[in-house]
Design a protein around this ligand. Structure first.
Ligand SMILES: [Zn+2]
Length: 314
């Protein structure tokens, strides 16, 4: 059997099953991949609630993985391409930090949201081959791939194409879910959404085999607020008074009034109740979350994402 990452006939070792998929680990490159290594396609993602929700409720600020890049700022003021840009919260921050920023995504709704919400102009619904036609080889000083690699059917072939867009000596930044993290955070790290799992060593091997040298690598620990949110969902309903739901439910709207209108009218009240609900979560869950956090740290399972900055060798 061929390794889905380094593509060598390395007799990968079976690790576990998820639905009709089997996870294998390559003894040569250390990479883990799901078999069959098949991306479900754009239509599946459009139906996936995580992505459609994102387009309607775009994040306003950079996330933890983005903030690692914003500490590095390689080739600052240069041309940057964010592949799989989503609704543009990272790209907007990159532009604010002086980059000449460009972005691509297969999700056209996300691109439209990015234009509307952040006023981003150089954003296009293109795949890598189309981007090469549009920009030409070696056009970018920096390419970023945040939470993209783990979705790809053929990471090696994809990186070879992406490399065409990058200048020699240019930088590539990647973040992926971290393979060594606790099972508690792996609920979404399964096929067909994700097709590969990455450790420090397998990431370094992968990059080295494609003419990149690692500049900086970091396992990003799970943010404490993320654990609080986890607890909220684990205990959903038990401590909930449903105050926000009551305020927005059709029962409370007056005759002839739409739910959207009602939401607008009660916006401040709803926002305040949401803040109070968040405060309640902190009061209830801070102590158990802190204990869990300590246990995860001690067992080296607190990593959420793996961030890496690499340079394209001359
Ligand atoms: Zn391999």
């Amino acid at each position: 059997m061929q390794c889905g990452i380094c593509k060598k006939n390395s007799n990968p070792i079976f690790k576990e099953k998820s639905g009709n998929y089997s996870l294998y680990e390559c003894p040569l490159c250390g990479g883990q991949f799901w078999n069959p290594m098949k991306n479900p396609g754009a239509e599946w993602y459009e139906k996936d609630i995580r992505y459609s929700f994102r387009n309607k409720n775009p994040l306003k600020t950079p996330e933890v993985n983005h903030r690692e890049f914003l500490r590095d700022l390689p080739a600052s003021k240069g041309k940057l391409l964010d592949i799989g840009m989503g609704t543009g919260n990272f790209l907007a921050a990159a532009v604010a930090n002086g980059y000449d920023g460009y972005g691509t995504d297969f999700d056209n709704d996300a691109i439209e949201t990015a234009k509307e919400f952040f006023g981003l102009q150089n954003v296009f619904p293109l795949n890598t081959e189309e981007a090469i036609k549009k920009f030409g080889p070696g056009y970018f000083d920096v390419i970023t791939l945040f939470e993209v690699l783990e979705h790809l059917e053929d990471p090696s072939e994809s990186l070879e194409k992406i490399k065409v867009l990058l200048k020699k000596g240019g930088y590539l930044a990647i973040s992926v879910p971290y393979r060594g993290s606790s099972k508690l955070f792996k609920a979404h790290d399964i096929p067909p959404r994700h097709l590969t799992r990455w450790s420090e060593k397998s990431m370094e091997n992968f990059l080295n085999s494609h003419q990149f040298s690692v500049t900086r690598m970091k396992v990003i620990p799970v943010p404490f607020s993320y654990l609080i949110t986890k607890y909220h969902f684990w205990y959903e309903g038990i401590f909930s008074f449903g105050a926000v739901e009551k305020l927005t439910s059709p029962k409370k709207t007056q005759k002839g009034e739409t739910i959207a209108n009602n939401f607008k009218k009660n916006y401040r009240k709803i926002k305040m109740l949401q803040s109070l609900a968040r405060l309640k979560d902190y009061l209830l869950f801070s102590i158990p979350a802190a204990i869990l956090y300590l246990r995860l740290l001690l067992n080296k399972k607190a990593g959420l994402d793996l961030y890496v900055l690499a340079q394209f060798k001359d």
